[in-house]
Design a protein around this ligand. Structure first.
Ligand code: URA
Length: 202
């Protein structure tokens, strides 16, 4: 069961094909019925992701928290409000212009960091989503997201943030997670600088 989800998704297309939303709906249908890990037993809602299905810019967080689990939408709590402000006030975009998703689609109990096993079974869904949306730029938010997207597990986010990396034919520009900014407001200037880089490359 679930074998097809373990295929590595090749991010190798060079043409931006307009995404048929039926394809994303098909992936969402599978995710909503997913029971590949124990988080399916404790979730209230799957948080699939939302936004422009043809977005040039995709943000990828860690995993749903309590508000997201309750609503089924990504980044709707305090960190989400800050992310929305960054999108609107720094990038001069609307939240609906970008696509927002997470490394895992179901909330880990007590907001703990997802385990490698949970990420391993869930990440193929995200990889399919990325392949469908085919963004120009992907912004991993925080170390968990960066580590699992890059497989560069030993790299601290403080060292790699703001770098422009390759991810298939997209650019990967990691930055701090908005929850980190809520605890460390002095890091906002770094995220501001990273977002200016994103804006220039869009
Ligand atoms: N933190 C995340 O990483 N993702 C969300 O959707 C909300 C908070």
């Amino acid at each position: 069961m679930g074998f097809e989800y373990f295929r590595e998704y090749k991010q190798n297309s060079t043409i931006k094909i307009k995404t048929s939303s039926t394809n994303l709906i098909e992936i969402e249908r599978r995710v909503k019925n997913c029971h590949l890990c124990p988080l399916s037993k404790t979730r209230k809602n799957v948080v699939f992701g939302e936004g422009n299905k043809n977005a040039d810019l995709m943000f990828i967080g860690e995993g749903p928290g309590a508000n997201e689990d309750e609503s089924g939408k990504p980044f709707v709590g305090r960190a989400g409000m800050l992310l929305t402000k960054i999108i609107e006030n720094v990038l001069n975009l609307k939240r609906e212009d970008v696509y927002i998703a997470n490394i895992i689609k179901c909330r880990p109990p007590n907001n703990r960091v997802p385990t490698l096993e949970e990420v391993t079974v869930c990440k193929p869904y995200l990889q399919e989503q990325i392949a469908m949306i085919h963004p120009k730029i992907i912004v991993p938010l925080g170390s968990t997201s960066y580590h699992h997207l890059s497989d560069d597990y030993n790299m601290p986010i403080s060292k790699i943030r703001g770098e422009v990396l390759e991810y298939g034919d997209a650019k990967l520009i990691p930055t701090y997670h908005p929850s980190y900014l809520l605890r460390n407001p002095s890091a906002k200037k770094d995220v501001f600088a990273d977002m200016l880089k994103v804006k220039k490359l869009l």
